[in-house]
Design a protein around this ligand. Structure first.
Ligand code: MOS
Length: 731
């Protein structure tokens, strides 16, 4: 049986509220949690197969040019070395590209320093690493490669991404208040805890790939494309993923290289990236330069807004950081201009990292709004509340649901924003200037095609099966909860299997669409099973209550097991439809932060931080909250420490490990408050739930840098706000 839904319009039926099991929304533990914290969940690199050889990637030491020759013989002669793979299919796949956006470099062309060139395979990791370092590669070098956007002479303005409505220049000229400033944000590496890894094994012409990936149905096709084989010959397994944050949306060179080598050698091959390789060869978030212009009337209402930015990518790559993704619809203004520029730069390619677009776009825009608040003398919270649109200001579409004002008010009340003295540098406690700041959070919401199998057995166990992944987000937990709720079973009787392309193709984890997409596929299957059960009782599904293995209808109670003479199985299948075109769908929130800036060192400490978020129905309070905690923590890093540094001579990543690339760590993170604003979005899906994976980072850094201004009077417009950018302005 199948249950299919194309989301064309709102679903007001709100059935989940009528269910009796009562497990939806509860902070249920992750079913796989114990495996993870005891080290018994098997990650890609940890699979034990007989006769595994180890491959180590050898990488380019020039920025741009061609590989002329690889001295394979010398490397092969080293102890333990089995082979040196220089297959052009490996070179052609230089970085994790989003599905259908695979990198397109020509074979043997080097386009960035650190690009994979070859795979050295040996009996042990140490032997392979030794030989990879010793491998002699001869290049023909092309001089003058642009390694920064400032050097690049190749700047594209992609069609369909530019906006010009009204006359912004005129609005700026006639406005009571204006802001016109430029910000820069640095490159960000996803920095997942688990480095990229693949273990490939061929049997009977079929490849099994244990990998660490986010979107298996696409990844399987990518692997097949890269190898030139049918997708049916490829099975990808990623049941546990130690974080992806965008960097594992697509396959990487480790997967292709392992597959080629395993086929050639006739034995399994494992390729695990070192941390340095993750920084140097895996896609990163482009650095950006963003000019924001705001024109407002006497009352702080926006008349015009401009967002003109430059991001970059490598030659031939189609992805470009969608910096203005939320600018299109967050604030109303008749005069609007968005200029989206993409420079070609010979750095490791860029791609999706932790809320591509809004992470840095909302952050910078919210800094500009803070400057407008200062200029107008209007409280920053009030300024946002005066600029809540009643429909998508660019397209005129209605919003599916719009909770920005509610989230702003909720956060403000919980944080204690009211009565704040707007004057900067007005509060000194000992050696520390204290300040508070706030920002809006905005992130688009989407649904992706997704399938799941739900099977109900006569012994009242149930299984959810899909190739959906759980990249640390809580997918195992929420899919289990949805199935248990609809079938009226305790959580312990439902098992969820994920991360295997032999299972029905799911949406994959990306763009915050996992809960909404994979969740709805399970919901649809569960509703169909309820209909089947109701039919056996000759009642309407809406009159059926399922709880703890009992079917309750009217004043009768029937054990569910009495109604099952065999397993009942349904494939749930959801697809995006017209809803995405008809309405503007997004999630909203607010961030509030209090910082202390040391008057002698310029060092900033976040003292407290609070976020209030609206994401439709919350499916699991614990995992949703954890997503927001993670996003806000990344916001602290983005504000204060996180930055990729590229060597200005050859473009290589200079800070290529966790010691030099400064993510926020425990000591940087105070107690964080996460709150949810009750919301149901009937346009999202029948569960009325939206995504929450990425909202927590969007705008978070702005609350902190706005607080730094309030504490010190210093506007840092060059992220991150390290102490050297503040200290010169302190007394
Ligand atoms: Mo996300 S950055 O789409 O994994």
């Amino acid at each position: 049986m199948t249950a299919h839904l194309k989301i064309d319009g709102p679903d007001e039926s709100n059935r989940l509220d009528g269910m009796a099991q009562g497990v939806i929304h509860t902070p249920a533990d992750r079913p796989e949690g114990a495996l993870k914290v005891t080290g018994t969940a098997t990650y890609a690199a940890e699979w034990q197969l007989d006769g595994v050889a180890t491959g180590v990637l050898a990488r380019a030491t020039i920025t741009r040019g061609k590989v002329v020759q690889v001295d394979v013989d010398a490397a092969r002669a080293l102890p333990g070395v089995l082979d040196v793979i220089t297959d052009s299919r490996l070179v052609r796949n230089p970085a994790q590209g989003m599905a259908n956006e695979s990198p397109v470099q020509e074979p043997e062309t080097v386009s960035y320093f650190g690009q994979p060139i070859a795979l050295v395979v040996a009996e042990t990791f140490e032997q392979a690493r030794h030989a990879a370092h010793a491998l002699q590669i001869r290049y023909e070098t092309e001089d003058g490669a642009a390694v920064s956007p400032e050097q690049s002479e190749d700047i594209d303005l992609p069609e369909g991404k530019q906006v010009a409505q009204g006359d912004l220049d005129q609005a700026m000229g006639g406005a009571a208040f204006t802001v016109d400033q430029t910000w820069t944000t640095p490159g960000h590496n996803a920095s997942a805890m688990e480095p990229h890894a693949a273990l490939a094994e061929w049997k009977d012409g079929k490849l099994t790939l244990h990998s660490s990936n986010q979107m298996l149905k696409y990844n399987r096709n990518e692997v097949a494309d890269a190898l030139g084989v049918d997708a049916e010959k490829v099975r990808v397994l990623s049941p546990y993923v130690g974080g992806g944050f965008g960097s594992k949306l697509g396959i990487g060179p480790e997967a292709v290289a392992a597959a080629i080598a395993a086929e050639k050698l006739g034995r399994p091959v494992r390729v695990v990236m070192t941390r340095q390789q993750v920084y140097e060869t895996v896609l990163h978030r482009s650095a950006s330069r963003q000019r924001i212009r705001l024109a407002a009337d006497e009352d702080g209402r926006l008349l015009g807004l401009g967002h003109d930015f430059t991001v970059y990518n490598n030659v031939g790559e189609v992805f470009s950081e969608p910096v203005a993704q939320a600018t299109h619809f967050t604030y109303p203004a008749a005069h609007r201009e968005i200029v989206h520029r993409v420079a070609t730069v010979h750095r490791v390619p860029t791609g999706s990292v932790r809320a591509p677009g809004e992470s840095i776009g909302v952050t910078v825009f919210e800094n500009a709004m803070d400057e407008l608040a200062e200029a107008t003398g209007i409280d920053p919270l009030d300024l946002r509340l005066r600029n809540i649109p009643d429909r998508d200001p660019e397209s005129g579409k209605p919003f599916s649901s719009h909770m920005l004002a509610e989230a702003l008010r909720d956060g403000a009340a919980r944080f204690g924003w009211e009565g704040r003295d707007p004057k900067p540098r007005a509060r000194l406690e000992g050696d520390w200037y204290i300040g508070t700041g706030m920002a809006a959070a905005v992130r688009v919401n989407t649904v992706m095609e997704s399938k799941a199998r739900l099977c109900l057995n006569p012994d009242l166990t149930a299984e959810v099966e899909t190739d959906m992944t759980d990249i640390g987000t809580g997918t195992y937990a929420i899919l289990t909860q949805i199935a248990a709720e609809l079938l009226g079973l305790p959580l312990s009787q439902v098992t969820t299997r994920l991360g295997d392309t032999d299972l029905p193709p799911g949406a994959g984890s990306g763009g915050s669409w996992g809960a909404s997409s994979a969740g709805t596929s399970v919901y649809l299957a569960g509703m169909k099973l309820r209909e089947e059960i109701a039919q056996k009782l000759s009642i309407a599904e809406t009159d059926l209550t399922l709880k703890d293995g009992m079917a309750i209808h009217g004043n009768r109670t029937t054990p569910l097991s009495d109604l099952l003479d065999g397993p009942l199985e349904v494939i749930g299948h959801v697809e995006g439809g017209d809803a995405g075109e008809t309405v503007r769908q997004a999630t909203y929130g607010s961030h509030f932060a209090e910082v202390a800036v040391n008057r002698h060192s310029g060092e900033t400490r976040v003292r407290r931080m609070l976020g209030s978020f609206a994401c439709g129905r919350v499916l699991n309070e614990k995992t949703a909250r954890s997503q927001c905690l993670g996003g806000m923590t990344f916001g602290i890093g983005m504000a204060l420490t996180e930055e990729m540094l590229f060597d200005p001579r050859d473009g290589h990543v200079a800070n290529n490990d966790l010691a030099e690339y400064h993510l926020a760590v425990n000591a940087d993170v105070p107690q964080l408050g996460v709150h949810f604003v009750p919301e149901r979005d009937p346009w999202a899906n029948p569960m009325q739930a939206k995504g929450i994976g990425e909202l927590g980072i969007c705008g978070a850094a702005a609350a902190i840098t706005n607080a730094i201004w309030h504490a010190t009077g210093v506007r840092v417009r060059d992220y991150p706000a390290t102490l050297d950018k503040i200290l010169p302005y302190l007394d």
